[in-house]
Design a protein around this ligand. Sequence first.
Ligand SMILES: [Zn+2]
Length: 64
Amino acid sequence: MNLADETCDHCEGILLGNKAYRVWTEDSGRILLDMVVCYACNLEAQKLGLNSDEVKTIARPSQK
Ligand SMILES: [Zn+2]
C-alpha cells in the first residue's frame, strides 16, 4: 500500500504523508467504528468524544 495514496476514511481527503489518526468507538469491548482519518477529522472525532490515537504507519489490520 502506498502511503501517498492513502485517504481519510471520513472526508476522503488525501493524507499525503501527514499524520494520520485512528478513530474508533467500542461498546463492551466490541469495535463499532474503526477508521483512519486526517488531522481535521480527528479533531472532530475528539469533539464527539470518540477514542483516537495517532498512527505512525497506516496499516489497516484485517479484523474479524
Ligand atoms: Zn478527513
